[in-house]
Design a protein around this ligand. Sequence first.
Ligand code: ZN
Ligand code: ZN
Length: 256
Amino acid sequence: MKIRILGAHNIESSSTGCTSFLIDDVLAVDAGALTSGLSFAEQRRLQAVLLTHYHYDHIRDIPALGMNFYLFEKTIALYATPPVYEALTAHLLNNVLYPNFIERPPEKPAIRFMTLETGKTETIAGYEVLPVPVSHAVPTVGYRITSPDGKQVFITADTGPGLSECWKRVSPHLLIIELTMPNKYESSALQHGHLTPALLQRELESFREIKNYLPQIVVMHMNPLDEKGIKAEIAAVEKALGIKIRFAREGMTISV
Ligand SMILES: [Zn+2]
Ligand SMILES: [Zn+2]
């Protein structure tokens, strides 16, 4: 499995994109930098997009993707839980801000929306996909994605602490986990459902306790304005746990 990071951060600039991942060129997770990160030819190869939750930094490229597929005269499959469908159709694809590409053109809509149920595995673009609820300010799922050759990645999505139930359901080779802000903002992280390096350390300790191992770890959704402080704090976590933690960055490809 080859995971390409199109967007690795929580805010956008010319050098940072909002979170978006591409698996083996065909399956995308979140749309924070999906159209800006892919050529038209690459977008045409997409078979499905999974959305973790409806916060703007994760769904922002869906209207643009809808327009592109409308003009490609193709259909893209979009998978998410019902709250994401409600928010997308009420606020973005509402025929006011932009056309509702889930219904347009009527004979062959540009977006085919497929509802996912948490805890229920589906086969999507040849991968086994399990949406696992995580702990964020709005209904959010992480995705356990298993390739046909048995490689597994778990992408947590935005989440705060309390992932022990989640760990029981996954055994990934690669864990892509959120890390948004430095330790000094712990109360804000707890309030909004995010992780700091210290909170991340506890979640990884809980993973190791439950699963008896730690997978490859890549952190994403970092606030680039706090990069220096976060990196210093992560160095302490690496030392405490005796592991290596990699930072997601735009353009990076990880093989599992
Ligand atoms: Zn986010
Ligand atoms: Zn969020």
